[in-house]
Design a protein around this ligand. Structure first.
Ligand SMILES: [Zn+2]
Length: 44
């Protein structure tokens, strides 16, 4: 059985962007999963 991409990334100890798979820097004030690149893409 295949895990969904979201489940897969959630199981990783390091925070990883579910959009592109890049590692995401932990930011204390940020609850967002995506990396800066994907976030800026969404806001446009
Ligand atoms: Zn990303």
């Amino acid at each position: 059985m295949l895990m969904s991409p979201l489940e897969f990334f959630r199981s990783l100890p390091k925070k990883v962007c579910p959009e592109c798979g890049e590692g995401v820097e932990e930011q204390a004030e940020s609850y967002l999963m995506e990396c800066d690149r994907c976030l800026s893409k969404k806001e446009e």
